[in-house]
Write a protein that binds this ligand. Sequence first.
Ligand code: AMP
Length: 283
Amino acid sequence: MLVAKTISHMRRALDNTKCPLGLVPTMGALHEGHLALVRKARSENATLAVTIFVNSTQFASHEDFATYPRNLERDLTILEAEGADVVFVPSNEEMYPPGFGTFVDVGRIGQILEGQFRAGHFLGVATVVLKLLNICRPDRAYFGQKDSQQCMVLRSMVEDLNLEVELMTVPTVRESDGLALSSRNACLGVEERRAARVVSQALFAAKAMWESGVKNADLLKRQTRDILARESLVAQIDYVSIADARTIEELEVVEGKAILSTAVKIGSTRLIDNVILEPQELL
Ligand code: AMP
C-alpha cells in the first residue's frame, strides 16, 4: 500500500494503475461505517484509493476541528489490511496553500437543514470533494447514507458540473443498539453514549408509524421530537425533517421516497442520523 502526502505524489501513484478506480474520501478515525465503503469499493474496482483529510473548510469557526478525533497510524494499519492500494494523506497546506480562494457553491440544497446550522459546511464539503475527484480522477466515489444531505449535495455538484464520476451510496452501519457509527461517538461519555441510542430509536419509531399508515409529516416529526425530548441528556434538537429524497424540500404528506433526518446534541457532541421512508413497489 502506497501512502502519498502530496498531490503530485498521489497523481503519480495513480498513473498506470488498473481501471476502474474506486475512491473513498474520509476524515479518518476509521470505524466499521467507513469500512463498509472501503469494502464495497474494494469489491467493485481494480484499484482502491482512500483519502484521509480532516477538511478545515467544512468546519465553522465554533466547531470541533481542533478536537476532531485523529489516529493516522491506526487508520493506515486498517486500510492495509482491507487491501487499499493507495492512501492520500495531504496536509492542510497541501490542499489549501496561501492564496487559495475558489469554493464550490451548490446553492439552496447546501443551505437548508445541515447548511442552516453549519454555515459554509457544504461549501467546504463540495470544494474538497471536487479537489479530491480532480486529483484522483476515480471512476466511482463512495459515500455513506449516514450523511444523506452530503450525498445529495455531491450528486447535485456532479450533475451541474458534468463530472465524469459515478457516485455510490452505502447504507448506514449501526451499533447493535441502533446508534449510527460516527467518529464523533468517541467524544461521548459513558452516560451520553447510553443516551445517544435515543436518536435512532426516535427515527425508527416514526418510521414504524409511517409504515402503519401515518403519512402526515407533522405527526411523524412530532413523534420523533417527543421521543428525543424524553431523554434528559438530549441538550438540543437542531431539526427534525421529513424531506423529498431528491430535492430535500420539506414535505407535508409523505407519498414518494422521503428522508426523515435529525441533528441532536447529546451533551456537547452533535450527532446526525436519518432513515429512508420508501414506499414498497407492488409486484
Ligand atoms: P467522515 O470521515 O465522517 O467524513 O466519513 C467518510 C465517509 O464515511 C462519508 O461518506 C460518510 O457518510 C461515511 N460514513 C460515516 N459513518 C458512516 C456509517 N455509520 N455508515 C456508513 N457510512 C458512514
